[in-house]
Structures are given as structure tokens and as C-alpha cells.
Ligand binder design. Structure first.
Ligand SMILES: *[C@@H]1O[C@H](CO)[C@@H](O)[C@H](O)[C@H]1NC(C)=O
Ligand SMILES: *[C@@H]1O[C@H](CO)[C@@H](O)[C@H](O)[C@H]1NC(C)=O
Length: 271
């Protein structure tokens, strides 16, 4: 049976339905393509299964899922510590951080915090060192997020931030370059910008440079309100941002409307 014979043997109604189906299929394909190519408001963050959980060394290493991209924070401050091969410097930084945070808690018992150590695929014992702190302070205060592969600082911070519970989120460095005495000044600057009960998207960063122009490049601590952190770290250009480490550039170079909503303040901090 050749094609023409075949055609004449099917009824016009069947041909009509086949055509309608064909056209519908075409339209749906086009819609799917449009959706896929324009939908970038949802961040493409893939995590290994092991990166979705933290271990509790006080409960036989039982694992619990990290919260992920929760809108609302449930504790006052989350400190994110990206660490790559930091087994030596991490204890110094952790001791200093814990001393500050525990002291805050002593002065104000309702204050709650967490430290998230993000082991960025280290080849040394960074995770083991961190886990000892988790064991000592408990998973409510310290959590270890061990990445399967090295993602670079931007990637490590991003996963740490999105897995955190803080209403305020502080990015610190495992090498301890930033000083905790700066934090209270940053907090004051942040609340200034944020208003009394505000929950705006605000970032403040401290700088130890005396020259205002260089202030940006020398940023130490960066303190975010939760909305600012979610906006910033669910955006797609974050990895690049960390390469040149210039927060203000990101905020002002027209990366889209996202950053119009951010108030950013970089203060020079004098010793
Ligand atoms: C928990 O894991 C750590 C590191 O992987 C290990 O050193 C420790 O022995 C484990 N503890 C238990 C109770 O299994
Ligand atoms: C950190 O603190 C612990 C407990 O107080 C102490 O044993 C350890 O030596 C300290 N490490 C450093 C590097 O300061």
C-alpha cells in the first residue's frame, strides 16, 4: 500500500484529529521551550545527597536535613565559615568566634546563634576538627556541612547561607581575617539602615582600609539581613562576585532589579 492509497483509506475526520493533535503538540513544545529559557528566577543549585544533611556526633552520627532556603529565620544570627584546608587555623577562628558569641549570650540570654562550618572539599582534617566543636557545643549551635567537591568560596558560602536559620547572617573567614570587635559596629549600622522593626534587604560590610576607595576591596565581615542573603545568594552571578570580591560592584552594575532592593553600606572601620 503506498502513501496515497493509505491516505484515501483514512477518513477525513481522522486526518482532522491528527492535524489538531500535531498543532497542539507544536504549541506545547514552544511553550515549554519559552518557559525553560526565560525561567531563571529559581536558582540552579544542585546538592549531593550528603550535602543536604548534618551529622550529630552526640547521637551516634545520626543525620538530619538542613533547612533550605527557608523564608523565615528562626534564630538571631547565623555565622557562615567557608573552610578549605583549614585544620590548623579553624580552631583559632572558632575559639574567637565562640568566645564572642557565648559572651553575647551571657549578656542577653535570649540571643540565639548558629555557626555553619562549610568544609569546601578539603583534603585535610577540616571536617574532623569542626566535628569536635559540633560535639562539644551541640548541633543547635554548630553544624558541619561537608561538600563532596571543592566549589570555591562563593559556592561554599552560598550553600552555607541557604542552609542556615539566621535572621541575620554573617559571613566570616576561617583564616580569622575579620575581627569580632567589628561585628557590633556592623550590627548597629545594619539596624540603622533597617529601621526599628524592619526586615529589609540590607548588607553591611566592614573594612579595615583607611582609604574609602579601597574600602570595598578590603571588606572583612559581611552582615546580611535574611531577605538580603536570600536575594543575593539565590542569584546566579554570585560565583563571579566572590572572585573579585566587590560587593558594591555587584550592587551597582545593573545585575537586574534584584539588587535595586538592597541597601548596602560599607563602613571604614578604624582600629
Ligand atoms: C562519627 O563520625 C566521626 C567522623 O566521621 C567518627 O570519627 C566517629 O567515630 C563517629 N562516631 C560514631 C559514634 O560513630
Ligand atoms: C581552643 O579552645 C580549646 C578549649 O578551650 C583549647 O583546648 C584549644 O587549645 C584552643 N585552640 C586554640 C588554637 O586556641
Amino acid at each position: 500500500m503506498d502513501f496515497l492509497e493509505f491516505l484515501s483509506s483514512v477518513s477525513p475526520v481522522t486526518i482532522f484529529y491528527a492535524l489538531v493533535l500535531l498543532i497542539l503538540g507544536f504549541i506545547i513544545t514552544i511553550l515549554i521551550v519559552i518557559r525553560l529559557t526565560t525561567w531563571n528566577s529559581v536558582p540552579m543549585i544542585s546538592r549531593f545527597e550528603s550535602e543536604k544533611c548534618y551529622k550529630d556526633p552526640n547521637k551516634n552520627n545520626a543525620t538530619y536535613p538542613f533547612p533550605f532556603m527557608e523564608e523565615e529565620g528562626s534564630i538571631d544570627l547565623a555565622v557562615i565559615v567557608p573552610s578549605y584546608n583549614e585544620e590548623e587555623r579553624l580552631p583559632i577562628m572558632m575559639n574567637e568566634t565562640l568566645e564572642y558569641l557565648e559572651n553575647e549570650k551571657k549578656n542577653k540570654p535570649s540571643f540565639t546563634y548558629e555557626i555553619i562550618v562549610v568544609d569546601d572539599g578539603s583534603r585535610d582534617e577540616t571536617s574532623k576538627v569542626a566535628l569536635e566543636y559540633v560535639k562539644k557545643y551541640g548541633v543547635h549551635k554548630i553544624r558541619l556541612l561537608t561538600l563532596e567537591k571543592n566549589r570555591g568560596k562563593g559556592g561554599a558560602v552560598r550553600i552555607g547561607v541557604l542552609s542556615s536559620r539566621g535572621r541575620r547572617i554573617l559571613m566570616a573567614d576561617a583564616d580569622g581575617a575579620s575581627k569580632f570587635s567589628d561585628l557590633s559596629r556592623l550590627q548597629i549600622a545594619l539596624e540603622d539602615l533597617n529601621g526599628k522593626k524592619g526586615n529589609k534587604a540590607v548588607i553591611v560590610c566592614g573594612s579595615r582600609s583607611h582609604l574609602q576607595d579601597e574600602a570595598v576591596a578590603e571588606c572583612g565581615f559581611k552582615l546580611f539581613t535574611r531577605p538580603a542573603a536570600l536575594l543575593t545568594f539565590s542569584a546566579l552571578h554570585v560565583e563571579r562576585w566572590f572572585q573579585d570580591d566587590s560587593l558594591l560592584e555587584l550592587a551597582t552594575d545593573g545585575q537586574g532589579s534584584t539588587f535595586d532592593q538592597l541597601a548596602i553600606c560599607c563602613r571604614g572601620l578604624e582600629d
